[in-house]
Design a protein around this ligand. Structure first.
Ligand SMILES: O=C(O)Cc1cc(O)ccc1O
Ligand SMILES: [Fe+2]
Length: 455
């Protein structure tokens, strides 16, 4: 399409944001978006009076004085200030959702653990985003803003006139089945398997089921926000590229209806009732915002000649801990890729790790565990506990013809934290823990016979 107002030959820039136009590309960008024309003040944040009678409100995601490269905040122009969204809070019980510190004397976390997929709810069972959250592990301490929790969610029902926010954490959501819609103060994110989303600390939202039942994983980050890892010698491209992250455009509700707001705060849950939808932000600008990312756009970089690199080459996002290179959480993706290394045992090696490794399978088969680690399933290899390929993987890879091989139909991930992860009672007793998991290694044969030569 030509634009008559432009010089001859010049084409106006357009943006293409995938199937629908509801998202803006970029990671950590300073975005601006308005759902009504001129709702966003230009050139200043706090005019004496805002257009449309809106209230200006800042949401600070980092300390005011955080260094420029980390500083995150968003200015919201809303129908009512958030303080009108909260009456007196009343404590409620949300039984499945646990928070660190949560070390139970009778639950042993020292070990290698694996779970079958948590069964989908039966007919007649109904779970929302809040009631369907089941904590698997916790690590660190929410009160000092270090550590994390891992959860499985089972969601069958939309939240209706009900809203949630976590003052404790940002949530990294990894769907495994079903499609969810996150209606947030800053716009709408639709999410399905092979995508992930980050919901920042303090952001209010409602979760709806687009296609259920829904199952997935959540990493709750109590610490510094997830960021893109530095690429070092890899250079300026590959791994997760910033433009593949999508932030929703502004969308608001002007609905006056009895509504419930639930807040998670220092591990406790509280509710309050208000007379309207809190999703009333008409326009916003800033860099503290929800985002989604399609894992299929992750460009893995790996070994081109020999040996198996550390899994950190597959880091999608990293949440720093204050000690450089030692993350509070790394989110690592094992996806389809070519295996070409010569004279190499290609699957993960055997090892013990100071970091603790919580893994989940999104779909397909993981190369170190051809059987038993199923889509929807989880495993935990805790701090300094040995693990590695099972017997079948070892025998297969030790004897494989090492021609280039497409590792296909595989997508697993790891929440790796510097802290030991503690099982919840649910993970240790109710979830489908595989009692026989250790047997995948007990059959590994002794091959050593004291005589030189390749066995
Ligand atoms: O334990 C695992 O399967 C995760 C993992 C993968 C890999 O390629 C190297 C090390 C590692 O811990
Ligand atoms: Fe590992």
């Amino acid at each position: 399409m030509t634009d008559q107002s432009l010089p001859k030959g010049m084409i106006r820039a357009t943006t293409h944001n995938g199937p629908h136009e509801g998202y803006m590309p970029g990671f950590g960008n300073d975005f601006e978006t308005e759902a009504l024309p001129d709702a966003l003040p230009q050139g200043q944040n706090s005019p004496q009076k805002c257009n449309y009678g809106l209230y200006a409100e800042q949401l600070s995601g980092t300390a005011f004085t955080a260094p420029r490269g980390q500083n995150e905040r968003t200015w919201c122009y809303r129908i009512r200030p958030s303080v009108k969204h909260t009456a007196r809070f009343r404590k409620i019980e949300v039984t499945g959702w646990k928070t660190a510190p949560h070390v139970l004397p009778d639950v042993i976390s020292l070990g290698q653990y694996r779970w079958d997929p948590v069964p989908m709810p039966g007919a007649g069972e109904s779970y929302t985003w809040i009631t369907g959250m089941r904590t698997v592990t916790t690590a660190g301490d929410v009160n000092t803003q270090v550590g994390m929790a891992s959860h499985v969610y089972l969601v069958t029902a939309s939240m209706v006139d009900e809203y949630f926010y976590s003052a404790d954490s940002e949530l990294l959501v990894v769907p495994q089945e079903g499609r969810l819609r996150f209606c947030t103060e800053m716009g709408i994110i639709d999410l399905e398997p092979k995508e992930i989303a980050i919901l920042p600390r303090g952001l209010v939202y409602r979760v709806e089921v687009l296609e259920g039942p829904c199952r997935g994983f959540v990493c709750e980050n109590y610490g510094q926000k997830f960021d893109l890892p530095n690429r070092g010698p890899i250079g300026a491209n590959c791994l997760a590229n910033p433009r593949d992250f999508k932030t929703p455009v502004a969308a608001f509700e002007d609905r006056e209806v009895e509504s419930r707001v639930v807040i998670k705060w220092c591990g406790q849950f509280h509710e309050t009732f208000i007379g309207h939808s809190p999703l009333d932000v008409v326009a916003w600008h800033g860099n503290y915002c929800p985002v989604k990312y399609d894992l299929r756009t992750y460009s893995p970089v790996g070994a081109l000649l020999f040996d198996h690199p550390d899994p950190s080459i597959f880091t999608v996002l990293t949440a720093p801990s204050g000690q450089e290179g030692t993350a509070n959480i790394d989110f690592v993706l094992f996806r389809e890729r070519w295996m070409v290394a010569e004279n190499t045992f290609r699957p993960p090696w055997y090892h013990k790790n100071i970091m603790s490794e919580l893994m989940g399978n999104i779909y397909g088969q993981y190369d170190a565990k051809p059987q038993g680690f199923q889509p929807g399933g989880l495993s935990l290899h805790n701090c300094m506990l040995p693990h590695g390929p099972d017997r079948d993987a070892f025998e297969g890879a030790s004897n494989a013809d090492l021609k280039p091989h497409l590792l296909d139909n595989t997508m697993s991930f790891m929440f790796e934290t510097r802290f030991p992860q503690h099982l919840t009672e649910w993970a240790a007793t109710e979830a489908p823990l595989q009692d026989e998991y250790l047997e995948c290694w007990t059959t590994l044969e002794k091959k050593f016979d004291g005589k030189p030569g390749i066995k």
